[in-house]
Design a protein around this ligand. Structure first.
Ligand SMILES: NC(=O)c1ccc[n+]([C@@H]2O[C@H](COP(=O)([O-])OP(=O)(O)OC[C@H]3O[C@@H](n4cnc5c(N)ncnc54)[C@H](O)[C@@H]3O)[C@@H](O)[C@H]2O)c1
Length: 165
């Protein structure tokens, strides 16, 4: 499948590499030009056991690419994963501005049915906010899903989804 991962940090890069390793064509998006340059150069900017080996193979075999162009990523992807930061806001809640800002931009760019998945750590109910942010501008069908966790402890995780438009 053609996938995009928005936010190429610890979570987004590991997810993107693993998606590519199982055969998907993955376009990773970030706003950090320096990080993108290092990644395109074959440099893994984080430490995760075994990641460098998988990263190198999938970069070499063209299943893993990097861009700062959200429009290109939205055009490419059947599924878009949001792996953006959710830092604590002053009141202790999760700051969803990165997620909702990206969702609003994605809504403007959607031209075909796409599934948008939150991979970041977010409170219950965020999928509805993501859907509403996309809906502000969307002109085609989409679904929003939330992955609560990908890690080994996630055997009890559930995936929720809500059809929109
Ligand atoms: N790091 C962990 O171990 C871990 C574990 C579980 C959950 N999480 C959650 O996953 C989410 C991401 O965490 P992380 O550690 O990967 O963050 P990170 O800071 O390592 O990476 C976030 C990336 O998003 C990029 N970014 C910011 N704004 C952007 C935009 N508008 N478009 C594209 N890219 C943008 C940043 O440049 C950065 O590279 C957070 O919700 C975090 O709480 C992290």
């Amino acid at each position: 499948m053609k996938l995009a991962v928005i936010g190429t940090g610890y979570v987004g890069l590991v997810a993107g590499v693993c998606f590519a390793e199982v055969g998907n064509e993955v376009l990773c998006v970030d706003v950090d030009e320096e990080k993108l340059a290092r990644l395109r150069n074959g440099e893994v900017p984080i430490y995760e056991p075994g990641l460098d080996h998988l990263f190198a193979r999938n970069l070499r075999e063209n299943r893993l690419c990097f861009t700062n162009d959200l429009k290109q990523a939205v055009a490419h992807a059947e599924i878009i994963f949001l792996a953006l930061p959710t830092p604590p806001a002053p009141d202790g809640s999760a700051d969803l501005s990165f997620i909702l800002g990206a969702a609003e931009e994605i809504g403007k760019l959607l031209e075909k049915y796409t599934v948008i998945v939150t991979k970041s750590t977010v409170p219950v109910g965020t999928a509805d906010k993501v859907r509403d942010a996309i809906l502000k501008n969307a002109r085609c069908e989409f679904d929003v899903a939330a992955i609560l966790s990908f890690c080994a402890r996630a055997r009890r995780s559930k995936i929720s989804s809500s059809r929109s438009v």
